[in-house]
Design a protein around this ligand. Sequence first.
Ligand code: NAD
Length: 486
Amino acid sequence: MTGSLAKMYIAGAWVQGGSGDVQDIINPATGDAIGQLCLADSNDLERALAAAEHGLQIWGAVPAWDRGRILKDAADLMRDRSAEIGRLMTLEHGKTPAEAQVELVRAADFIEWGGEEARRVASRQFGARDPDVTVTIQYGPVGVVAAFSPWNYPVLQASKKLAALLAAGCSCVLKPAEETPSATIAFLQCLIDAGLPANVVNMVFGVPSEVSSFLISDPRVAKITFTGSLPVGKLLASQAGRHMKPVTMELGGHSPVLVCEDADLDSAIDILVLRKFANSGQVCVSPNRIFAHESIVEEFTRRFCEKASQVVVGDGCKNDVTMGPLANLRRLEAVQGLVSDAVARGARVVMGGARLEGAGYLFPPTVLRDVSEDSDLMTVEPFGPVVPIVSFSDYDDVLRRANATEYGLAAYIFSRDEKRQRYLADRLIVGTIGINDIPTHTADIPLGGWKDSGYGVEGGIEMTQAYLKSKFLYTKNAAWRPENGS
Ligand code: NAD
């Protein structure tokens, strides 16, 4: 990969942009440039869109059964090539090889699931009130999709989008994150090698705001899907709204965790440390605000920090490292800013708190106490290895505090009492609840955010619905009756 040139995929060919513009690809563990990425200009985007429009016809002519086979074969290739794709991810994103493998297994499952769902898109026919009429509700692809996927899971997030839209029979222009292009490119190569026809998926990179404005406003684009932050999601949704285009939005979360006085602390701490620092905290469903009952908060904090101190931070390429760097300088600065803001408002840093020495974007597991509720850390998704632990004594009050953000993605409850679990779960305003565990989003589960965390779901049997449109066919033919003759 070092020194390589990452290209775009337009109309069935890997190409450099017409303008010749490139940008560096940075290894976040070292801060070094390890390659360059080609960027699209408006002519490239025009070609990508024209190709996708053509690709819609091509993909539509492939029987659903064969679409399913292509996706299944691509999933197998992803599994075969996971070591190599994972190596690219570690170099560009910083995650450890073990984390990269977990991501790739999940991504391959999404593509395989998409292959299965492709074969289940079915129309409905039923008799109408008039015996001479047949009513058909026919489902077909919504059209060309503009898809934007982020850098935190460069293959998984793109796979969720492609699995659903390809299953539905759509074509697309995909713009993955510019920070982590190579793993996504290697993923697309699996689809190509499995037989995905040229023009169906086109992949571009560029200046994100320019690419999205161009694609969303073009009449050939029928649907927008985006995974990323709330502000960008809202911007793209408003642009799509101006052009009456449907969207699927997977935006951030700021998931509260309620650790009750009767929680199994051994298990809760193992799970929370593992999941809080996974992917260096850059996960939309990361447990971000820990509310521990006042009777156990001191013991919980001490033992949480003991466990968190076993996390080995460093270059993911090194053997015993369990948490890599933050993925880019932007995140490092944002995370440091959240800690500084909390401290300025009276928070106490119990562990970590400042970037580690060296060239890479290394930030240690960081725990804060006495965090005021108006700190940015309590209201803005940290997307990093930072967690406030705050105490509570009253359950209705903690529910109010847990729900007091614009996010509504996920929440977690640790308690042995089933009635308490139910009471809390019923009142948390989120799309996902984990009780005594933090669930992983697998292909068979429809995951989506409530409130500002998103719109629509990815995964599950529901995922293709977002990329289908229905047509109502009303057919009147006088029914044949023997007494009427031919
Ligand atoms: P961001 O929203 O600026 O960028 C996220 C992705 O969107 C990137 O791939 C970026 O290239 C792209 N993007 C940015 N502006 C765009 C535009 N105008 N048009 C099209 N694409 C655009 O956020 P970031 O700084 O990369 O990441 C920080 C925040 O993003 C996090 O705090 C988190 O809230 C959110 N995030 C969420 C997820 C998720 O899984 N929901 C994933 C990544 C990032």
